[in-house]
Design a protein around this ligand. Structure first.
Ligand SMILES: [Zn+2]
Length: 102
Protein backbone atom coordinates (compact mmCIF):
# COMPACT_ATOMS: atom_id res chain seq x y z
CA UNK A 1 0.00 0.00 0.00
CA UNK A 2 1.20 3.45 -0.77
CA UNK A 3 0.46 6.29 1.51
CA UNK A 4 0.16 9.73 0.09
CA UNK A 5 2.84 12.00 1.43
CA UNK A 6 6.17 11.00 2.78
CA UNK A 7 7.50 7.56 3.28
CA UNK A 8 7.37 6.13 6.73
CA UNK A 9 9.72 3.48 7.90
CA UNK A 10 7.81 0.97 9.96
CA UNK A 11 8.78 0.55 13.55
CA UNK A 12 10.81 3.72 13.86
CA UNK A 13 9.60 6.15 16.42
CA UNK A 14 9.69 9.87 16.19
CA UNK A 15 10.42 12.26 13.38
CA UNK A 16 13.53 11.80 11.31
CA UNK A 17 15.60 14.19 9.32
CA UNK A 18 18.42 13.83 6.86
CA UNK A 19 21.77 15.32 7.77
CA UNK A 20 22.72 17.80 5.05
CA UNK A 21 26.35 16.74 5.43
CA UNK A 22 26.53 12.97 5.32
CA UNK A 23 22.94 12.46 4.09
CA UNK A 24 22.22 9.87 6.78
CA UNK A 25 18.69 9.79 8.15
CA UNK A 26 18.72 10.20 11.91
CA UNK A 27 16.24 10.94 14.64
CA UNK A 28 15.49 14.63 14.60
CA UNK A 29 16.46 14.88 18.26
CA UNK A 30 20.04 13.88 17.44
CA UNK A 31 20.49 16.51 14.79
CA UNK A 32 21.26 20.16 15.13
CA UNK A 33 18.71 22.40 13.46
CA UNK A 34 20.25 25.21 11.48
CA UNK A 35 18.52 28.29 10.18
CA UNK A 36 19.54 31.14 7.98
CA UNK A 37 19.82 34.61 9.48
CA UNK A 38 20.83 36.98 6.74
CA UNK A 39 23.85 35.32 5.14
CA UNK A 40 24.73 33.44 8.29
CA UNK A 41 23.91 29.84 9.02
CA UNK A 42 23.27 29.68 12.76
CA UNK A 43 22.39 26.82 15.09
CA UNK A 44 18.80 26.97 16.27
CA UNK A 45 19.54 25.70 19.73
CA UNK A 46 16.06 26.15 21.14
CA UNK A 47 14.28 25.07 17.98
CA UNK A 48 12.33 28.27 17.92
CA UNK A 49 13.77 30.30 15.10
CA UNK A 50 11.40 30.76 12.20
CA UNK A 51 12.04 29.89 8.61
CA UNK A 52 13.41 27.06 6.59
CA UNK A 53 15.73 24.82 8.53
CA UNK A 54 18.48 22.39 7.73
CA UNK A 55 19.50 19.46 9.89
CA UNK A 56 23.08 18.51 10.62
CA UNK A 57 24.81 16.06 12.90
CA UNK A 58 26.57 18.08 15.59
CA UNK A 59 29.93 17.17 14.07
CA UNK A 60 32.53 19.26 12.29
CA UNK A 61 33.00 16.49 9.75
CA UNK A 62 29.37 16.79 8.69
CA UNK A 63 29.62 20.58 8.57
CA UNK A 64 32.61 20.30 6.28
CA UNK A 65 30.84 17.79 4.08
CA UNK A 66 27.83 20.07 3.83
CA UNK A 67 30.03 23.01 2.89
CA UNK A 68 31.88 21.04 0.26
CA UNK A 69 28.60 19.89 -1.27
CA UNK A 70 27.04 23.34 -1.06
CA UNK A 71 24.27 21.56 0.73
CA UNK A 72 23.26 24.66 2.65
CA UNK A 73 22.58 26.57 -0.53
CA UNK A 74 20.19 23.84 -1.59
CA UNK A 75 18.66 23.46 1.84
CA UNK A 76 17.96 27.15 2.17
CA UNK A 77 17.33 27.73 -1.53
CA UNK A 78 19.63 30.70 -1.78
CA UNK A 79 22.41 31.45 -4.26
CA UNK A 80 24.95 32.09 -1.50
CA UNK A 81 27.66 32.50 -0.46
CA UNK A 82 26.80 31.72 3.13
CA UNK A 83 28.79 32.13 6.29
CA UNK A 84 28.76 28.98 8.39
CA UNK A 85 31.20 30.28 10.99
CA UNK A 86 28.49 30.54 13.71
CA UNK A 87 27.86 26.82 13.33
CA UNK A 88 31.55 26.01 13.29
CA UNK A 89 32.12 28.06 16.42
CA UNK A 90 29.24 26.33 18.15
CA UNK A 91 30.55 22.87 17.26
CA UNK A 92 34.06 23.74 18.36
CA UNK A 93 32.80 25.00 21.69
CA UNK A 94 30.30 22.21 22.22
CA UNK A 95 31.74 18.96 20.98
CA UNK A 96 28.96 16.42 21.18
CA UNK A 97 29.37 12.84 22.23
CA UNK A 98 27.95 11.47 19.01
CA UNK A 99 30.59 12.77 16.63
CA UNK A 100 30.90 10.78 13.47
CA UNK A 101 34.33 9.27 12.96
CA UNK A 102 36.18 10.57 9.97
ZN1 LIG B 1 25.94 13.89 9.27
Amino acid sequence: MRQSGKLEYGGRRGPQRTCVGCRVRTAKSELLRLVLVGDHVVPDLRGRLPGRGASLHPALSCLELAERRRAFLRAFRVPGPLDVSPVRAHLEENPMSCRTPS
